[in-house]
Design a protein around this ligand. Structure first.
Ligand SMILES: [Zn+2]
Length: 454
């Protein structure tokens, strides 16, 4: 699978190491991790680590890096502190992180090396695990890595972080090109801009054979990244503007994809807002597909009614997000599915999906893929499961910010990032931050953050 742990296991076993697996879990993100969940899972992990620690040479952790809990701003930093309290300071500890990690100084200090995805869409998750394995092996051979850490002075909106396009594409290449000689590993980490914490934002990490090389390279790369701040941009369309653009597009070139970024469940969205859907119906769009809408009640109603039956339901809009309401209408049930299928695109490659009962509904020219579990619309298999061939439709509305591009850009005539009410606010300058560092620009070339009065 395309997961860091899979890549790590492959390289570590190839190098002849014996693995002592402890625990692995994940969730579709939304708001803070509950304190009880954090303490239960971390408690179990530490207990298992305690049991195997005598025979260990090193520790590898497959973490995200932007975890905020009810009681901690830096969930991973605290986890590393507790792991050190079990294994001590001398044990090599290497961590792989997501591209959206908000890396804190504590995370750098308490690990021997951090390595981070370099692609968004994240098609290199397994590769990052392999890199972590190589770094751990380097440490086990007796070498030391000296780290330097820098923060960028601005946040980068999610949709501007895509590494398929500039400036991110060439910035990532520029950073990678500096590896060599005493410089062992370099990471430019764009971060998760929606977290209201002190350490939110992009960081730069350098690892070298000596501290001077690490610091000098960090300074040079930071200057390069800051010098290109003005190149970040991405237009946001209203649903109406996007429909007008799609109407002008030649159908022979493939579908026009609308990225419903503000409802992206991978970034904490509920995956059920109805803004764009209502606009499609209102404008009598002849052919559009919307997915994946999370609504277990409607999926159950469709399964009760059966294929070919009409159902009167309130679809979506159930999180109570301001400006969004359910769509009350009569839909026709076109197809049903059990939500079990395998990802086929580069991002979800090999991933066994379990989205619960699914249904394809239609209303006028619009078809809606409904699921009983939240999953980012980033793989064509999520549509084919219900008999929809994405390339054959005029408009595809995908609840995703960037990951969909891995599987859908090759079939799309155009991609438009569309703004409709939802919690994954596309422009961080509109977020009511309180705890961020004063002076950080809220987007490239944007206004600096001023903390509200106490
Ligand atoms: Zn990510």
């Amino acid at each position: 699978m395309n997961l860091p742990l899979a890549g790590f296991a492959q390289i570590a076993e190839g190098l002849g190491h014996t693995l002592r697996p402890l625990l692995w879990c994940s969730a579709t993100p939304s708001a803070q991790v509950e304190q009880q969940a954090y303490e239960t899972i971390v408690g179990e992990l530490l207990e298992r680590l305690e049991q195997v620690k005598k025979g260990l040479d090193g520790v590898y952790l497959d973490l995200h890096g932007a975890m905020v809990t009810e009681h901690l701003e830096d969930g991973e930093g605290e986890l590393l502190r507790r792991i050190r309290s079990v294994v001590g300071d001398a044990m090599p500890v290497v961590v792989s992180l997501d591209f959206h990690a908000n890396v804190s100084p504590i995370m750098v200090e308490l690990s021997d090396a951090l390595t981070v995805y370099r692609t968004y869409p994240h098609v290199d998750m397994a590769d990052t695990g392999r890199r972590a394995g190589a770094l751990l092996n380097h440490l086990l051979a007796g070498h030391t890595l000296h780290a330097a850490y820098r923060r960028l002075p601005f946040l980068i909106p999610l949709t501007w972080q895509c590494t398929l396009t500039d400036p991110m594409r060439t910035l990532m290449e520029a950073v990678r090109s500096r590896v060599g000689g005493p410089i062992r590993n370099l990471e430019f980490v764009p971060g998760f801009p929606l977290a209201d914490i002190h350490d939110c934002g992009p960081t730069l990490l350098t690892y070298a054979d000596n501290q001077d090389s690490a610091e000098d390279t960090a300074d040079a790369l930071l200057a390069l990244l800051v010098s290109r701040e003005g190149e970040f941009r991405e237009r946001l369309y209203t649903p109406k503007e996007a429909i007008a653009v799609a109407a002008e597009s030649d159908p022979k070139l493939g579908p026009v994809v609308f990225a419903d970024t503000q409802d992206n469940p991978g970034a904490g969205g509920h995956s059920d807002t109805t803004g764009i859907l209502k606009c499609l119906i209102e404008h009598r769009v002849p052919d559009a597909v919307v997915g994946v809408v999370y609504d277990p009640e409607v999926a159950a109603a469709a399964h009760r009614a059966g294929t070919g039956a009409p159902i009167d339901v309130d679809l979506g809009g159930k999180s109570g997000f301001p400006g969004d309401t359910p769509l009350r209408a009569t839909f026709l049930v076109k197809a049903l599915g059990n939500g079990r299928f395998r990802g086929t695109g580069p991002f979800y490659a090999g991933c066994d999906m379990q989205l619960g009962p699914m249904a394809l509904l239609s209303i006028d020219g619009v078809r809606i893929v409904v699921s009983s579990r939240k999953q980012q619309a980033a793989d064509q298999a999520e549509f084919r499961h219900l008999g929809i061939e994405p390339a054959e439709h005029r408009i595809l509305v995908l609840k995703s910010s960037v990951h969909f591009r891995a599987d859908f850009e090759p079939i799309a005539a155009r991609v438009l990032v569309v703004e409709s009410p939802g919690p994954n606010v596309a422009d961080p300058a509109r977020l009511p931050f309180r705890r961020l560092r004063a002076g950080v620009r809220l987007r490239p070339m944007g206004p600096p953050f001023r903390p509200p009065p106490e």
